[in-house]
Design a protein around this ligand. Structure first.
Ligand SMILES: [Zn+2]
Length: 390
């Protein structure tokens, strides 16, 4: 069955300019709800959950869920795609030229990440609602707050999803790329307390938080704990992404704030990276003393952003995604991602989830564009997945 691609293209063009940064998804969720109801979904099939009330960001609305009953004895399938976009895309003016859609406003991104995925889902849901063709029981999930830390999927109400056994997430570029795993990440916040004194009159009584941060970071860089990390066959990455402190050149810096992250597919190695960061800052604090021997203080906080995962080679959702791609005469390609996905949290919470592309190119940049033929291919693959009877 070929989806109505003209409608799918119109839907994505309508969805791209709707504002909806993380936590501000009220308008885009309202748009999806309206389209689903016009398409024949009854109000009791649609739920907006309360994920935002559990999110540290807060936010104005939860995840949108549509449940459609299906053929008896078939396992329920979940199709999902986050609806929020990064702030760079606010105010985008989509312009469609040839095979690509870009923002006519050169100062903004497009927001194909992830309105393309959200439109693939909407197109598929509308096909199912209007066709008599058999299909398994289906759940459509549009999570909020993906871009800021996967909060929508992390806090999604599992009860609202109806126990899906196969799950498919659209977020990425190439539609035939099947992402079966992704890295895990920690976020670190390191606060350094020093001691302020006059930098000219009494520097020896000061404790420089700047010096402590510098020594720690220099050590991490020299020892290979910054950027790409390879140690004894283990792989990871780390980055000091933010540093701030100090007020004036004539004051010994009494306070510096450093934010960093650590990623690895291997949870044990990821914890080792974390440990290296903690020790580097504590060691540096030992080295910087004033004349009375007083030292600065390190306040080291970390949190798990998301756990890594790797789906089984024979995981039913992976095989179903590959069957759908092959059924369209295309060759699926299995990959593991180095960024976090909503699939990290769904899989962690007991719903193994595979991720597929939907035509995004250069997300999170002003060069972002949507590859329309790839988006259409994603619509075909999604409909094949949603209508497969095993
Ligand atoms: Zn995304």
């Amino acid at each position: 069955m070929e989806p109505d691609l003209k409608r799918a293209r119109q839907l994505v063009m309508e969805m791209l300019p709707i504002p909806g940064t993380s936590g501000q998804e009220g308008q885009i969720i309202a748009f999806l709800k309206k389209k689903l109801q016009q398409g024949g979904a009854s109000p009791n099939q649609i739920v907006v959950d309360d994920a935002h009330t559990r999110s540290e960001l807060g936010g104005e609305i939860g995840n949108l869920v549509l449940k459609i009953p299906g053929a008896k004895g078939q396992p329920r399938r979940l199709l999902m795609a986050h609806v929020d976009t990064v702030p760079l895309c606010q105010g985008c003016d989509p312009l469609w030229e040839g095979e690509f859609v870009r923002s006519a406003n050169p100062a903004t991104g497009l927001g194909a990440d992830n309105r393309a995925g959200a439109a693939v889902l909407l197109s598929t849901a509308l096909e199912i609602l209007s066709s008599k063709r058999p299909h398994p029981p289906l759940t459509f999930l549009w999570p909020v707050q993906e871009e800021v830390g996967l909060y929508g999927s992390r806090h999604a109400s599992l009860q609202a999803l109806g126990k899906p056994q196969l799950a498919f997430n659209w977020d990425g570029g190439t539609p035939t790329r099947v992402t079966v795993g992704a890295t895990g990440a920690y976020r670190m916040r390191i606060h350094i307390d020093g001691l302020a004194t006059h930098a000219g009159a009494a520097p020896e009584w000061g404790i420089s938080a700047t010096a402590i941060a510098s020594l720690a970071i220099a050590w991490l860089v020299r020892e290979g704990w910054h950027g790409q990390i390879t140690k004894n066959g283990n792989q990871g990455t780390a980055n000091v992404g933010y540093i701030s402190g100090g007020k004036a050149t004539n004051v010994v810096t009494d306070s510096v704030e450093v934010w960093a992250e650590a990623r690895s597919h291997d949870p044990t190695f990821r914890r080792q990276i974390l440990k290296a960061y903690k020790e580097a800052f504590e060691q540096a604090a030992q080295e910087v003393r004033n004349v009375s021997g007083a030292r600065g203080k390190i306040h080291f906080k970390h949190r798990l952003d998301y756990e890594s995962f790797k789906l089984d080679n024979n995981e039913p959702c992976v095989l179903a995604a590959e069957r759908a791609i092959e059924g369209l005469g295309k060759e699926p390609e299995r990959v593991v991602a180095n960024g976090g996905l909503d699939a990290n949290w769904l899989t962690e919470r007991g719903i193994p989830t595979v991720t597929l592309g939907c035509g995004q190119e250069s997300p999170h940049t002003v060069q972002e564009r949507l590859n329309m033929p790839a988006f259409e291919e994603a619509c075909r693959i999604a409909l094949a997945i949603a209508t497969e009877i095993e």
